[in-house]
Design a binder for this molecule. Structure first.
Ligand SMILES: CC(=O)N[C@H]1[C@@H](OP(=O)(O)OP(=O)(O)OC[C@H]2O[C@@H](n3ccc(=O)[nH]c3=O)[C@H](O)[C@@H]2O)O[C@H](CO)[C@@H](O)[C@@H]1O[C@H](C)C(=O)N[C@@H](C)C(=O)N[C@H](CCC(=O)O)C(=O)O
Length: 483
């Protein structure tokens, strides 16, 4: 595509060089640059992309979009100076791929917990309703049956537009995507046209990146601020920031609720290891999903489907057949009566939800044994909180490693241990090795006791000092059960 066509919506500060040149690729990582690329220099958190302009040119970049012009200007290279390179890249990517988001029904889901469940449920629901669909999620990206591994919850703007263009080309009508707060802040979703936005809830997470809870809320809200008038904005009326999210949106506002008034009202009537019985807008339904937190996910999905014009009865019939996404309250069967549950809960709120669900499900005599860790090089504030919550709701807690990355595992465990009160200490053990922790939990458990392995869910690796080795909680739990 001609550079001038890629740039037509971009506010440029200065232009040096020709814009009637043909660009074959947009790239922001010099290591990936190929011939005839437009290289976008982004000031990062680790290094400054402007340092790699020369390298990108040597690898074939013929145009450079940047915030600061380099000292040496190469002849035959076009330099475009902009205020914000990441934001401009979003707009360029949308132009380059000819705005696939406008040709699809793109629905974004944001919030601390529930994004993956809602995006996956919507994807499965709409496929069963007869539509071709795509999905961008933490677990995986998907175009109908084709699975494309995902690296981020929300990928970069070039990747998103490339995937959306492919989805459109393959006939997808709807795409359901997770929108992380990082993606709003880093302009990964800039230039996208959403047909709808869903907010789940907001609790402490990612403060390492956003600095304060207020900034985190602001980032999430940024998604709704940019929704067009034609879109719907569906919020959780039971979350105290639900209304805040929609304060400045141009989209039409709707809400769902289990406790307050809302456009989509639900009531949990029964909840057990076999499912969830709910009243949804006056209709009684049994769902295969477990746990009250899923009542919110189901209600959000139901609301979005109705707003997209689907028939209520059809939606509820299909929803009642759907099973949980991988690693979300996933049960691992033991040969005896021990109950194993693997869940992605890696925030205080998610852990509390899962443990409260287990409390609702268990009969009086069952013990709850929780294995939990916290990631390294990420928000440290949640470490003591997660240990505290685990102790409040479990009979035995094994603190262990969960992607320690470049931190020392024992330092993370010490941070977690700080949340354990003197009276709770007797129920807590520290076992740094996650495999050994899972084995220990299985040894302690008697038939009918419930073992929760929290934090990794669908993830299949453990990141220690930058090396990712295969590790799957579900496999490890099964092996330990069978040992
Ligand atoms: C904190 C964060 O989000 N960082 C993102 C950010 O990295 P960064 O600013 O540190 O990049 P950098 O390494 O300093 O490099 C700056 C620039 O120089 C370029 N560069 C760098 C080296 C080189 O040799 N050549 C080169 O051109 C880089 O491509 C980049 O454009 O920009 C990179 C390029 O877009 C992202 O890949 C990277 O995501 C990292 C990998 C990441 O893991 N992010 C996570 C935390 C994330 O995004 N998570 C969210 C939320 C998850 C959730 O909800 O739980 C997600 O959506 O996945």
């Amino acid at each position: 595509m001609l550079l001038s066509e890629i740039l037509y919506t971009i506010p440029l500060r200065t232009v040096s060089g020709k814009t009637d040149i043909n660009i074959e690729q947009i790239e922001f990582d010099s290591r990936q640059v190929k011939a005839n690329s437009l290289f976008v220099a982004i000031p990062g958190t680790q290094v400054d992309g402007h340092l790699f302009i020369e390298k990108a040119i040597s690898l074939g970049a013929i145009a450079v979009l940047c915030e600061r012009l380099p000292e040496i200007i190469e002849p035959n290279i076009t330099y475009l100076q902009v205020e914000n390179a990441a934001m401009s890249m979003g707009l360029c990517a949308a132009n380059f791929y000819q705005h696939p988001s406008k040709k699809l029904g793109l629905i974004g889901v944001t919030g601390t917990n529930g994004k993956t469940s809602i995006a996956t449920l919507l994807f499965n629901l709409f496929r069963k309703l007869g539509y071709k669909c795509g999905m961008l999620s933490t677990v995986q990206n998907q175009i109908e049956d084709e699975v494309i591994p995902s690296t981020h919850t929300t990928p970069d703007s070039v990747k998103i537009n490339e995937l959306l263009a492919l989805m459109h080309q393959k006939g997808c009508v709807y795409v359901f995507m997770e929108v992380s707060s990082h993606s709003v802040e880093l302009h990964r979703i800039t230039g996208l046209h959403f047909a709808g936005g869903i907010f789940t809830n907001i609790t402490q997470d990612h403060l390492d990146f956003h600095g304060t809870f207020e900034n985190y809320i602001k980032a999430k809200k940024g998604f709704f601020d940019k929704l067009p008038k034609s879109a719907f904005a569906l919020t959780n009326a039971d979350d105290k920031n639900g209304k805040v999210m929609l304060q400045n949106t141009a989209a039409t506002k709707y809400s769902y609720s289990l406790k307050n008034s809302g456009n989509f009202k639900g009531k949990v009537m029964d909840c057990g290891l076999f499912g969830l019985q709910m009243d949804v807008n006056g209709q009684e339904v049994w769902f295969k999903l477990i746990g009250k937190f899923n009542a919110y996910n189901l209600l959000a999905v139901y609301g979005a489907a109705i707003l997209l014009g689907e028939n209520s009865e059809n939606v509820l019939t299909v929803l009642s057949e759907l099973t949980p996404p991988p690693g979300r309250f996933e049960q691992v069967a033991a040969p005896d009566q021990r109950v194993g549950i693997v869940d992605y809960a890696h925030t205080p709120d998610a852990l509390e939800n899962v443990l409260e669900t287990i409390e609702d499900l268990k009969e009086g005599h069952q013990k709850v044994i929780t294995v939990v860790g916290c990631g390294g090089n990420r928000d440290k504030g949640k470490r003591p909180l997660m240990a505290k919550i685990a102790c409040q709701h479990s009979d035995v807690v094994i603190l262990t490693s969960d992607n320690p990355r470049n931190e020392e595992p024992e330092d993370i465990l010490a941070d977690m241990q700080a949340g354990v009160s003197i009276t709770q200490r007797r129920k807590v053990q520290q076992i740094e090795d996650r495999r050994a922790a899972i084995i220990k939990a299985c040894e302690i458990a008697n038939p009918e006791d419930i073992i929760l392995i929290a934090g990794k869910g669908h993830e299949t690796y453990q990141d220690i000092k930058g090396v990712k080795s295969h590790f799957d909680d579900r496999e490890e739990l099964l092996k330990a059960f069978l040992a």
